[in-house]
Design a protein around this ligand. Sequence first.
Ligand code: PLP
Length: 363
Amino acid sequence: MEANRVYNFNPGPAMQPLEVLKEAQAEFLNFGGSGESIIEISHRAKEFDAVLNQAKADILELMKLGDDYDVLFLQGGASMQFAMVPLNYAVDGKVGNYVVSGSFAEKAYKEADLLGVGHIAASSKDVDFRHIPTQDEIKLSDNAAYLHVCYNNTIYGTEYHYIPETGNVPLIADMSSDMLSRPLDFSKFTLIYAGAQKNLGPAGVTVVVAKKDFLAKSPKTIPTMLRYSIHAEKNSAYNTPPAFCIYMVGKTAAWLKAQGGLEVMAERNAKKAKLVYDVLDNSDGFYKGHADKDSRSFMNVTFRLPTEDLEKKFVEEAKAHQLCGVKGHRSVGGMRTSIYNAMPMEGVERLADFMEKFKKANA
Ligand SMILES: *Cc1c(COP(=O)(O)O)cnc(C)c1O
C-alpha cells in the first residue's frame, strides 16, 4: 500500500486495484504508442476496437462462458437496466417476476410496476431484508417473462448462496456489487448486469453479459438506445461508448486473470469476509450483524454498535487509522464495510484489528 493512500471501504465508487490504477496512469498520455490518450482516440479506431474486444473476451473467459454469450458496455448505470429489462422482455402480455431482497431489488421491481408488468415472486421486506428468500419462497406468476434477482444486496449485506431454479423462465441478475467476485455456473443466467463502480472499474459503464439469442429479441417499438438488440448488433458502439471506462474494466479483467481468476478471488474474498464476521461473532453482542448468517455477503459486511454515539466514534477513529468509508447506508444505520476484489487482505486485517481494539476500549 502506498503511504499516501487509504483503505477505502465505500460501497461504490469503490477501491480499485492499485496495479490497474498505476498502469492506466503510466499510459495515460500516450496509449500504446499512438501519441494520444485513450480518452482522445476515436471510438471507431482499431486500437479502441481491440481494447473493447479484449475486455469482452477476458470477461467471458473469467466467467467460463462460450460464444453463445455476448458482453455489452452500456451507460445509465445499473439503474437504467432496471427499466431496460422489462421494456425489452416483459412484453406481449408477459410478466416480469422479481425477488425483492433489498433496496435495489425493489427499485428494479418498481420500474416494471410503472410499466404495469411487475410481479413480486418473493420478498424479505417484512424482516428488514435480513435474508435472501429461499427457493421454496419463490412463486412465479403465470406467463413469466423472466425472474429478476439482485445477487448481492449492497445496502443490507446479503448475498445469494444458491442459484434460483426457474425451469424455462430466463433468470436475470443484478450483480453490480459481486460481479466477478467468485465462480458460479453463469450459464444458468440468461442475462447478468453490473454497474462497474463496485467491482469492475470506474462509474460510467454497466457491463451486461447475456445470451446472444436473448439480446436479439428486443421489440422494435421501444426507443433505440433502450434496445439490447441494437447495442449487440453494433458491438456497444451504436453511439459513443464510455471509452475510458471500458478500457479500465478491461484492465481490471486482465488483472483478475493474472491473480488466478475467480477461484482465487473467491478464496481470498471468503477469507477477508471471515476476518470481519469472526470479529462480529466473537464480540459478545458488541457488534450486531444485520444479515442472517445463512445470507451473509462476502462483499458488504453490515453491523451496528450498541449506541449511535459509539457508531459516530467508530467512524471517526477508523478514519484516523486510514480506514475510510465504513459508515452504513441510512436505511440500515450502523456500519458497512465493503470488501470487494480490490480490497487487499492487509486492509481487512487492519480493520479487524481496529474493531477488536475499539470493542475492548468501549465495551
Ligand atoms: C450500486 C447498485 C446499483 C445502482 O447502480 P447505478 O450504477 O448507480 O445505477 C444497482 N444495483 C446494485 C446491486 C448496486 O449495488
